[in-house]
Design a protein around this ligand. Structure first.
Ligand SMILES: *Cc1c(COP(=O)(O)O)cnc(C)c1O
Length: 398
């Protein structure tokens, strides 16, 4: 069997473009919060496919809804209306308090759409084509050219320069650095409500409020990237709802479809009426019936399971247990995060800890070199947290 897995990995490495240094396991199936590799080894999953599989694996109601939709209609193009897209858009509006939805196939595409909407909004006002967007250092917004251009990680960007241009980078949670870059050309300020990839940094409430006020004062659009921190992960449906600081444009993806590739950008009515119009933006697949049926069902099940309440409760417990680990282990520098989006910063690279956990049947991922990231399925229980802590503890000790 081990030989079979090695052979498969060899096949993969000969066929796939090597853009990932993958962990040396081949996963086959999932059940609840557990994954199984092709040798039948069981893993407790605290990564959820990078904050995607919020409902856990093999949710009967979700799977059945998708199967039914496959037999009805998978794709139509956006030249026609379809039932799941209508239902999904209505539910996403309700959950977010935003007014207009555009469905995409990924997070990066949602960011692309948000950038286009912000530029068009500013262009309609003054007809200029030199507007600037302020993004944050250590941010992550995706790998397409536009999303990459606003990603505050020079290592990701440099080989692909020039990017889309007119992007300025400020320091996250440092209002003065944002204000210093703001001027007559600024059309949008873009940030993750909780920085994910960059190391799990939640925005300070004061920082967000002051940015909102600055945007209001100058008619600059606030774009919040909720692709990772949204969809219940921090204990409210979208992380900004905790602060009561509403964006003009918001992006979502990852858990929105719980595994079916789908994202969205949403906006207020004001932006909707004064930005992208017929002919300005489009997608062949985005908003297709299968993906939207997933979104519709996910939002329905979130309500049925009282997901946000559950996350607040289990998230507080996870925090407490991680704080306990931090207190007992000198190699842990800090715990950061909100709800079920947590990071543990070590005084060393976390790669070996993650490998050791994998060997012991626990799936974890990093966020940068020194931070272990905890983004489990949102349905995890306190018992699952205890099981995770038990394994992680032995990994930190060795
Ligand atoms: C994952 C992520 C993206 C990119 O999403 P993709 O679906 O991989 O394109 C953008 N922004 C944030 C905050 C993310 O976590």
């Amino acid at each position: 069997m081990a030989e079979y897995m090695q052979r498969l990995i060899g096949d993969a490495e000969r066929a796939l473009l090597h853009t990932y240094n993958r962990y040396q396991i081949v996963l086959e199936k999932g059940e609840g919060v557990y994954l199984y590799d092709i040798e039948g080894k069981k893993y407790l999953d605290f990564a959820a496919g990078i904050a995607v599989f919020a409902l856990g694996y093999g949710n009967r109601a979700y799977n059945d809804a998708l199967k039914e939709q496959i037999d009805k209609l998978i794709h139509t193009s956006n030249y026609y209306y379809n039932l799941p897209a209508i239902g999904a858009a209505k539910r996403l509006k309700e959950a977010s308090g935003m007014d207009r939805v555009f469905f995409t196939n990924s997070g990066a595409e949602a960011v692309e759409g948000a950038i286009k909407a912000a530029r068009k909004y500013a262009w309609l006002k003054d007809g200029r084509t030199d507007h600037e967007i302020i993004a944050m250092n250590h941010s992550f917004h995706g790998r397409t050219m536009g999303a990459l251009s606003v990603t505050g990680n020079p290592g990701y960007r440099e080989p692909f320069e020039p990017g889309i241009g007119n992007i300025r980078f400020a320091d996250y949670n440092d209002f003065d650095s944002v204000a210093a870059l703001t001027g007559g050309k600024t059309c949008a300020i873009l940030l993750e409500t909780v920085q994910g990839e960059g190391g799990i940094y939640p925005a300070g409430e004061d920082f967000l409020r002051r940015i909102r006020a600055l945007c209001d004062e100058r008619d600059i659009l606030l774009i919040l990237d909720e692709i990772q921190c949204g969809m219940g992960r921090t204990g409210t449906m979208f992380a900004w709802q905790r602060y009561g600081v509403k964006p003009d444009i918001m992006t979502a993806a990852k858990a929105v479809g719980c595994g079916v590739p789908v994202g969205a950008f949403l906006m207020t009515e004001k932006v909707g009426q004064h930005s992208l119009a017929a002919g300005d933006h489009g997608t062949t697949y985005g908003g297709n019936p299968l993906a939207c049926r997933a979104v519709e069902k996910v939002l329905e099940l979130f309500e049925e399971y009282h997901i946000t309440e559950h996350v607040r409760e289990v998230g507080a417990y996870l925090e407490k247990r991680l704080d306990g680990l931090a207190a007992e282990h000198a190699c842990v520098k800090e715990r950061r995060g909100v709800g079920l989006m947590q990071g543990l910063e070590l005084d060393r690279p976390v790669g070996p800890v993650i490998l050791s956990a994998l060997e012991k049947g626990l799936i974890l991922i990093n966020a940068g070199t020194n931070v272990i990231r905890f983004v489990p399925p949102l349905i995890i229980t306190k018992e699952n947290v205890d099981e995770m802590i038990g394994i992680l503890e032995t990994c930190l000790e060795s």
